[in-house]
Write a protein that binds this ligand. Structure first.
Ligand code: FBP
Length: 339
């Protein structure tokens, strides 16, 4: 690798150029998706700079508002920026945000054909201590000319057109799939551009890492308890798997995508549907995992086959390397056969 050439690379593959190339393959594309994505990218850049200067700009701490959960100042600010950017793109008709109780139906005069479900700032519990957090988004397109309704977003995840996340960590990385593979782009602060740095990401078929909040172990169901037990106390000579849990889904999934392994947020006696939300956490991450060669399972079915009934519905999720998720599917199938 010629680092000097790399540092002075002049043929810059920005995310806009990448998506424009992608879209040019679709005859019907009029550039609407690229315009939409550019507004999402603008939101990510704004949130990235706000997160970086949070301590200095007094953006740490609670906003004193709730969405059923206490909202952080950065939660509210990020949500405002994304809603305004998405509406001003003129390409959206329905917005579903983790921070808004109700879906936003865009004014017909400014409306487009895309529905965007997003968590403007995921990993709230890690905001104030500077640990990596992120934005997650999933995009559908309405296929009819009638009034957009909730039915246009309460669809299986496999109907999404695209999904991605932006991680605000040691560097700002945007990972995106438009249905033909997964690519990672790193923000070059000196250019203010996301540059392709992780082309065609493929998750290792089998991993050495498991990622779960073991603090909930006493409330787990048997297949989950058995799987985590296996991760720790293998009955053969192979080395035990390592536990890595940041508590920010974006950061835990990003590591899983690059290094392999499995991330799980199972159901438990206290939260029978788990914690993570289907439309803007489970679906986008499952879409990316499958596009990278991994898989995503709910404990009952392929995550992307789920049909949510409400916009803030939760679901258990097991996602990551193909073989690792296969192991837990076998345990749930055995449980089902016993019942
Ligand atoms: O603290 P727990 O129960 O392990 O939950 C951590 C999970 O909750 C989340 O923080 C989601 O919650 P928020 O959307 O409220 O931040 C995920 O990012 C993370 O995977």
């Amino acid at each position: 690798m010629d680092h000097a050439a790399d540092a002075h690379r002049t043929d810059l593959m920005t995310i806009t150029r990448y998506v424009l190339n992608e879209q040019s393959k679709h005859a019907e594309s009029r550039g609407d998706f690229t315009i939409l994505l550019n507004h999402i990218v603008l939101g990510c850049k704004f949130v990235c700079s706000s997160v970086n200067k949070a301590g200095l700009a007094k953006l740490i701490g609670l906003a004193g508002e709730t969405n059923g959960e206490e909202q952080k100042k950065l939660d509210v600010l990020s949500n405002e920026v994304f809603v305004k950017a998405l509406v001003s793109s003129g390409r959206t008709c329905i917005l579903v945000s983790e921070e808004d109780e109700e879906a936003t139906f865009v004014d017909p005069a400014k409306r487009g054909r895309y529905c965007v479900c997003f968590d403007p700032l995921d990993g709230s519990s890690n905001i104030d201590c500077g640990v990596s957090i992120g934005t997650i988004f999933g995009i559908y397109m309405i296929k009819h000319d009638g009034e957009p309704t909730l039915a246009d977003v309460l669809q299986p995840g496999k109907n999404m057109l695209a999904a991605g996340y932006c991680m605000y960590g040691s560097s700002c990385t945007l990972v995106l799939s438009t249905g033909s593979g997964v690519n990672g782009f790193t923000l070059d602060p000196s250019l203010g551009e996301f540059i392709l740095t992780h082309p065609n990401i493929k998750i290792p078929k089998k991993g050495k890492i498991y990622s779960v909040n073991e603090g909930n172990a006493k409330n787990w169901d048997e297949p989950t308890a058995k799987f985590v037990e296996k991760c720790k106390f293998l009955n053969d000579s192979s080395p035990p798997r390592s536990l890595r849990y940041i508590g920010s889904m974006v950061a835990d999934v990003h590591r899983t995508l690059l290094y392999g392994g499995i991330f799980l947020y199972p159901a438990d006696k206290k939260s029978p549907n788990g914690k993570l939300r289907v439309l803007y956490e489970v679906f986008p991450m499952s879409f990316l995992m499958e596009q990278a060669g991994g898989q995503a399972f709910t404990g009952k079915q392929r995550a992307l086959d789920l049909v949510p009934k409400t916009i803030h519905e939760r679901s258990p999720i097991f996602l990551g390397s193909y073989d690792d998720v296969e192991e837990i599917k076998v345990l749930y199938a055995a449980q089902e056969n016993k019942e």
